[in-house]
Ligand binder design. Sequence first.
Ligand code: GDP
Ligand code: IMO
Ligand code: MG
Length: 428
Amino acid sequence: MPGIVIVGVQWGDEGKGKATDLLGSRIDWVVKFNGGNNAGHTVVIGDEKYALHLLPSGILTPGVTPVIGNGVVVDIEVLFHEIEALNARGLDTSKLKISANAHVITQYHRTIDKVTERFLGKRMIGTTGRGIGPAYADKINRVGIRMQDLFDENILRQKVEGALDQRNHLLVKVFNRRAITVDEIMTELLSYADRLRPMVADTGLLLSEALDRGETVLFEGGQATMLDIDHGTYPFVTSSSATSGGAAIGSGVAPNKLDRIVGIVKAYTTRVGSGPFPTELFDASGEFLRSRGFEFGTTTGRPRRVGWYDAPITRYATRINGLTDLVLTKLDILTGLKTIPVCVAYDVDGVRFEEVPVNQTDFHHAVPIYEEFHGWSEDISGVRRFEDLPIRAQEYVLALEAMSGTRISVIGVGADREAVIVRHDLTD
Ligand code: GDP
Ligand code: IMO
Ligand code: MG
């Protein structure tokens, strides 16, 4: 099974990093295909805890070749910090390859991200402030800087001049900030060039050749379906394609090479930043989930908004991504609840919606229609076989499976690498 894609089903932080790590020993390559250091993946291996942002989580597995694909936006300073932090902990990052076509995040992107949010006031997106949106905007506007530009000083200068020409008008005249000089950006970017040179490659070619040789490639998605620029809750989304189609676009590998599409879904729901969230909780149950699940952002430390499981969202993700499997994470966090509500449909101004409404206003007004499930009280963190789960936990999982339309192949029962129940192997 050579091409395996991992995508988030909800609004991110489903445990994608752990899922990638879980597959690590059976894969040859792992490619991050979208986003940048807005992502935050926590991976726990025994007593060690790793927080990754820009680097793909597969970097934690020896032998895997990690790749940053063309669909990623790269803050080079952050890249070097992450590499150094892993090296200091004894991890080898020397195999890392970065696409020559990946775009670069520079200081003007970060500045514009932050001032745009301030200007939006109560309409703010709640971005991570990492410059992600402005870097993708430059890419689409065809004034972005790509990795390969760093190795040609003349071209780089022309491109930086072109980009700043537009950006400085915005910064000075609209946002009342100081202009950024071409020289300061040139000095910064050129200072990275020598160190980057051995890493930058035609990664689409490398990955396609690897697949042709029968090697296994894992496509690691950042963010999630409901944060996707096209299919998410626009405008409260990130600026990249976080769904499975993005795996082909953001890696340079043809879509017919993607064999398995795995959706990662939490046993409840969380969201960071603004935007609609029908099952959101503001009561003691919400506090229970936030504190038990330690729902605080890996990237910004913000408390995550929490709510019950939303089945129409998983059905939607199944359709948009073509999911072949689900990994249900954090089932252990629900232990101790007497009853567990699951959203099965929405009521929008008196009309029942079985699917996620396409109209933004309808989704903002969607009131969840719940079905209640019995909880369980037994500690499940040590369980490794589905049949050994309390019967109520089995019923909960089987009900989610029936509602989502995709089989639940793996169940997470704890943060550690080993804390999983495997029902179907994701690599065969
Ligand atoms: P990602 O952005 O999708 O990679 O997810 P994050 O790393 O931001 O958030 C998921 C959090 O849940 C991390 O702290 C993981 O260590 C943790 N986690 C993942 N799976 C499980 C699980 O099954 N049970 C518990 N208790 N924690 C989990
Ligand atoms: P992982 O990969 C959760 C959210 C931000 C904000 C919106 C836009 O860890 O699941 P951006 O900085 O991307 O322009 O912010 O998207 N967001 C995430 N939320 N997990 C993430 O990544 C996220 N990456 C971006 O909070 O609402
Ligand atoms: Mg995260």
